[in-house]
Design a protein around this ligand. Sequence first.
Ligand SMILES: Nc1ncnc2c1ncn2[C@@H]1O[C@H](COP(=O)(O)OP(=O)(O)OP(=O)(O)O)[C@@H](O)[C@H]1O
Ligand SMILES: [Mg+2]
Length: 260
Amino acid sequence: MIEIISVANQKGGVGKTTTAVNLAASLAIADKKVLLIDADPQANATSSLGFYKNDYEYNLYHVLIGSKNINDVILNTNLPTLDLIPSNIGLVGIEREFDYLEDKELILRKRIKDLNINYDYIIIDTPPTLGLITINALNASDSVIIPIQTEFFALEGLAQLMKTIKLLQHTTNPKLQIKGLLPTMYSSKNNLSKQVLADIIRHFREKLFIDKEGNFLVIPRNVRLAEAPSFGKPILLYDIKSKGAVAYEMLAKKILESAE
Ligand SMILES: Nc1ncnc2c1ncn2[C@@H]1O[C@H](COP(=O)(O)OP(=O)(O)OP(=O)(O)O)[C@@H](O)[C@H]1O
Ligand SMILES: [Mg+2]
């Protein structure tokens, strides 16, 4: 059965793209057939996998407006079981162009139904807004992973995101679940990081992932994770032994287990 997971948080720079790319790659390495959809006009997930705007002609925008079939914009990546639907800055136009459509919040869900390949997982990277694109991603998803940077103001905006998710659960997408909150860029040497993690645990204990040692799963601050995108590679193909790679493999394991 296909499982569709959005990675969302309207706060910018919290590790959404890093999580989407590396979760998708880790699931692919575990022999699952995975499609990563880049739904952010910044196209960071696209470039993180080594694709730049001259490498592809069509992107998610064309699929959403209906000028291209979703099957015709899929790119193959360096990992045989990982495919990508790329993005482009032109995707911002969607917010305005869809304004008049009655079912404008459900377009992505409809397009995904046209896929010819049987994917095990679709991972959707979303932009740092709660606009129409993010709502489309959440409405197309079974669940959402919310990365939270373990820095000051980490919890800012989270109430609004939770409220939006609840609203969708009561209207357009009753099956939408919160898969988990994922503290990111955690540094055990940094007191603020530790304090913010303690705060996250206090507020959201039951929504955190648990790692194999029984601790709350956190993504460590790891320079290898920040370097990998400039080589167009997920962390597993860049430095498989790094702490960042190990953490994202653990996240993939939790996702695989939750499907059992
Ligand atoms: N665990 C980590 N350790 C070190 N650097 C990280 C880590 N996670 C992400 N980064 C770096 O932090 C920056 C922001 O991460 P990322 O792009 O994943 O966030 P984002 O939430 O997708 O941002 P945006 O809201 O702009 O889409 C990037 O430069 C990324 O390489
Ligand atoms: Mg991003």
